[in-house]
Design a protein around this ligand. Structure first.
Ligand code: TRP
Length: 334
């Protein structure tokens, strides 16, 4: 039987380079293989920590889908759907909540880290941590199992959630019979993309990201502010390209003259401003096909909505089938 890929992304912002060279890179490869591929726009999960910003989440459902289509995800190969249109996921989350202890949830490393981050930001003793937030691994297990997802492409930080899903599946199957599929994870081999500030991670909250939708003015401003070798003050100072983010991005988007860039930088024959201008031009060239597609979809939002409607309907059908089996096995098929 065909393997089923299920993955998700929270609609809280646009796609940036970290996504493009990480998760999206994987999706683009996997869509060419013979899988049943579901890509969930996880709006309910986004609401776990953005419940007070419903407009933001709704706007980003469309923004993100537009971005996803712009990078070449093919809706004929991938079912792109919105989590909240699948009521079975919410229903299943309730059923699974009996199979998970509070202690186990609090021990989940991903949840633990995220709670620590929240405390660092809000500086309280955890009173802002909601039931929904602590329980989101259960909801994510429902995301995966509603479609009998067997292969789950995720970043490393999500591994504890997949492990928890496997535990829930084993527990469920041991009580109610062999209904659910134990999922395997699929980790991206691509390295983490560094931010323009040299931070190991590119992220929205870090303010160091290049977004796929960034226009010429934004790209220029960001690259002009990128971190270079701090010891290079004058144009003809020799520098170390290995600690320069401009050089890092030249490499990342495969500048054909990369050896010249490296040599000139090391020999003090290349000023940072000229080097940044070269990167800006290459970056705009690199983004051109994405920008063109994005522009098309921005002007045809009706098509974006149709893609989602089609994805929702395929996903709804599958989730209904799974739920029928589950209810039967749990003897709640009234
Ligand atoms: N939690 C994932 C993230 O923040 C997104 C996600 C939601 C997901 N549902 C999923 C990932 C199901 C894999 C499978 O990146």
């Amino acid at each position: 039987m065909k393997e089923t890929i299920l993955t998700g992304i929270r609609p809280t912002g646009n796609l940036h380079f970290g996504h493009l060279f990480g998760a999206c890179n994987n999706w683009l490869k996997l869509q060419e293989k013979d899988y049943e591929f579901y890509l969930e726009i996880a709006d309910v999960q986004a609401l776990t920590d953005h419940f007070h910003e419903p407009e933001m989440v709704r706007r980003n459902v469309y923004e993100l889908t537009t971005d996803i289509l712009s990078i070449g995800i093919d809706p004929n190969k991938v079912h792109i759907f919105i989590q909240s249109t699948i009521p079975e996921i919410a229903e299943l989350t309730v059923f699974y909540s009996n199979l998970v202890t509070m202690a186990r949830l609090y021990r989940n490393p991903t949840v633990k880290t995220e709670i620590a981050q929240k405390k660092a930001i809000f500086g309280n003793d955890g009173e802002s941590v909601t039931y929904g937030f602590v329980g989101y691994p259960v909801s994510q297990a429902a995301d995966i199992t509603s479609f009998k997802g067997s292969l789950i492409p995720v970043g490393e930080d999500q591994l504890p959630l997949i492990e928890q899903t496997r535990e829930i599946v084993r527990k469920f199957n041991s009580i109610y019979g062999n209904i659910l599929v134990e999922p395997k994870h699929f980790i991206s081999k691509t390295a983490r993309i560094k931010g323009l500030d040299g931070n190991e991670k590119m992220g929205k909250s870090l303010g160091n990201a290049i977004y796929l939708k960034d226009d010429e003015e934004t790209i220029t401003k960001k690259i002009m502010g990128a971190v270079t070798d701090p010891n290079k003050i004058k144009k003809d100072d020799k520098a170390n390209p290995d600690i320069c983010m401009v050089y890092y991005y030249h490499k990342l988007i495969e500048n054909k003259n990369i050896e010249t860039v490296c040599k000139e930088c090391k020999n003090g024959e290349r000023g940072c401003v000229a080097c940044k201008k070269e990167l800006i031009n290459n970056m705009l060239e690199f983004l051109k096909p994405i920008h063109e597609k994005r522009q098309y979809y921005l002007e045809h939002q009706d098509e974006v909505k149709k893609v989602l409607e089609k994805g929702n309907s395929v996903a709804q059908k599958k989730a209904k089938e799974t739920m029928a089996e589950i209810k039967k096995s749990m003897q709640i098929n009234y």
